[in-house]
Every structure is written in structure tokens, then in C-alpha cells.
Design a protein around this ligand. Structure first.
Ligand code: UTP
Length: 293
């Protein structure tokens, strides 16, 4: 029987230190790109890719994520009374959108640990992991492209992108070999991976970005992984164990990724998303042209 990806896990229990002070009392995942929290972009991508079962891993101070995907009776009643139908539809579509389950990560012990917290809810089936602060703007949703690869290969698939120069040291980096498939030069078989290597030791310029499809064997691998610096359990270390048991593939997705968890990346994403908006694009473009840069 072929396996299908129906569940998507959003680790959202990190501390968001790169975005302080904004993230002192509100989750980074709720920062809005134009007018939509970044986690909603990810949830919409997961749904468009066939995952109607969403698991969000939350922690302290993340209540607003749950509220966002919940029904807001007072707001809906007020919008209804004031006949603000368009806004009412927007608000309702969010809570109607999905079935969300939440699980707590009590301490921010790393991305691998956050994924492990979803074990009970995921069960024994392949699942997607999306990092909300990697917002991917693509014609075909990034995860959907990866699901197509998964459906054919029936193995874990990690999204990757080429990162030139020293910046590669900020990522997990892949050592790969070519593979012949209908996905051409976008698909590689993974030989090894290493988290944040020094530039000189990076095995390639292929960086791991925040989209993964993993088989459930990852959970045992994570349970058997030693914690690293600061007591954090790294997802990359767990995936390296998985690699000893199963084939894994890396897919160079088509699309543009924004690192919205970083201040500069967030600003760039805001400008690009605003320029693409039908209602805001034109006046915003005129405004930008008028700036004496
Ligand atoms: P990041 O390292 O980008 O997030 O983790 P962070 O720790 O929140 O942010 P900075 O680096 O301090 O600014 C990637 C993803 O993994 C989640 C984060 O919420 C983010 O979506 N994460 C990270 C957890 O859920 N738990 C953790 O213990 C660590």
C-alpha cells in the first residue's frame, strides 16, 4: 500500500530571540506579513498540499496562536451587526479552515524535541513539518511539490535551496548524490547532512530549509539522539540516524523563500508581499518610488 502525507506539524515553541523585543510577549509565528500572521501562510500551504490535519507544537506565551485559529464569537457578532460581510468572511474562513490539534513543548529544547512532542498525534504515518518563519512564495505550493516527490519515492523528502558563500554556515547542509528520476536535476539522494558547518567544511551549497516530509521512523531516531549544545535536540541529528536506516531525498523546490524569523528577511518579505497585493500593490509601489533612496 502506498503511504500518503495527511498530517502537518508546525513547531512553534521556539523563543524567537532574533526578533526581540517584538517576541517578548507575542509569538514570532503571529507576526503579520502585510495582514496575515506568518503561521497562517504555512497552514494554508499545508492544506493546499493535501494535509487537512494540522498539529501545532506550542509553548509558554503562545496562546494567541490557538485563539487565531479558534472561533471569535464577540468579533463575529460585532461584524455581523455592523454588516461588515467581507471582514466577517475573512474571520470565519480562518476558524472554518482546519482541524488543529495542539501539543505543548514545556521547554524549548530544540527543533528535534519539538517534533518528537507530536509523536502521539502523528502516529505511525508519514507527516510534513513546516517551519512557519520560512515563508515560501511559489506558484505550486512548496509542500505540494514535495508531496509529489514523496508519492513517487515513498521516502523522506527534505526541501533544499542553493545558498552561495559564507551564509551556508547558518544552515543544515546536505551531502548528496545525483539520482535519476522524472524530477530531473531538482532531486538528489542524501548521503549525509551536517548542522551549521564552518564554510570550509560545508559538503555542498545545498541548505536545508523549513519544509520536511518524514517517515514515522524519525521518532525512534529522535528518541535515540543525544542532545547537543545547550541541551537542545537537533532535528538534523535525528535525520542523520534515519539516514542509516532509510533512503532520504533532497528536493530543490521551485519558489522564493523568505526568512521571516529574521528582521531583514521579514522586511524584504513584507515589501514583496505588499507589492503583489491587488488592493495595496499600486499605491505602495508609488510610495516606494517617491522615497529618496
Ligand atoms: P528557530 O531557531 O528558527 O526559532 O527554530 P527560534 O528558536 O524560535 O528563534 P530564534 O533563532 O531564537 O530567533 C525553528 C522553528 O522551530 C521551532 C521554532 O518555533 C521555529 O518555528 N522550535 C525551535 C520549537 O518549536 N522548539 C524549540 O525548542 C526550538
Amino acid at each position: 500500500m502506498t503511504m500518503q502525507v495527511r498530517k502537518a506539524v508546525f513547531p512553534a515553541a521556539g523563543l524567537g530571540t532574533r526578533f526581540l523585543p517584538a517576541t517578548k510577549a507575542q509569538p514570532k509565528e503571529m507576526l503579520p506579513l502585510v495582514d496575515k500572521p506568518i503561521i497562517q501562510y504555512g497552514v494554508e500551504e499545508a492544506m493546499a498540499s493535501g494535509c487537512d490535519n494540522i498539529v501545532i507544537v506550542t509553548g509558554r506565551g503562545k496562546q494567541s496562536i490557538e485563539d487565531h485559529f479558534d472561533v471569535s464569537y464577540e468579533l463575529e457578532k460585532m461584524l455581523e451587526e455592523r454588516k461588515k460581510t467581507d471582514l466577517l468572511n475573512i474571520v470565519r474562513s480562518i476558524s472554518d479552515m482546519i482541524h488543529v490539534a495542539y501539543v505543548r513543548q514545556k521547554e524549548a529544547l530544540g527543533l528535534g524535541h519539538a517534533v518528537l512532542m507530536a509523536r502521539e498525534l502523528v502516529g505511525n504515518e508519514p507527516f510534513a513539518v513546516l517551519l512557519a518563519d520560512d515563508v515560501v512564495d511559489a506558484k505550486v505550493p512548496c509542500l505540494k511539490q514535495m508531496v509529489e516527490v514523496f508519492n513517487e519515492m515513498q521516502c523522506s523528502v527534505i526541501a533544499t535551496q542553493v545558498v552561495e558563500g559564507k551564509a551556508i554556515s547558518s544552515y543544515g547542509v546536505l551531502d548528496v548524490k545525483p539520482v535519476s528520476s522524472r524530477f530531473g536535476e531538482r532531486l538528489f539522494e542524501i548521503k549525509n547532512m551536517v548542522e551549521k558547518p564552518p564554510f570550509e567544511e560545508a559538503p555542498s551549497n545545498l541548505a536545508i530549509v523549513g519544509r520536511y516530509i518524514l517517515t514515522p521512523a524519525i521518532f525512534d531516531c529522535l528518541s535515540n539522539t543525544q542532545t547537543g549544545a545547550g541541551g537542545e535536540l537537533q532535528l538534523t541529528d535525528g535525520m542523520r540516524l534515519l539516514l542509516q536506516q532509510e533512503k532520504m531525498y533532497a528536493y530543490v523546490y521551485e519558489g522564493k523563500r523568505h526568512d521571516a524569523g529574521d528582521k531583514l528577511g521579514f522586511l524584504k518579505a513584507t515589501v514583496e508581499f505588499a507589492l503583489k497585493r491587488e488592493d495595496l500593490g499600486e499605491p505602495f509601489r508609488e510610495y516606494l518610488k517617491g522615497l529618496k533612496l
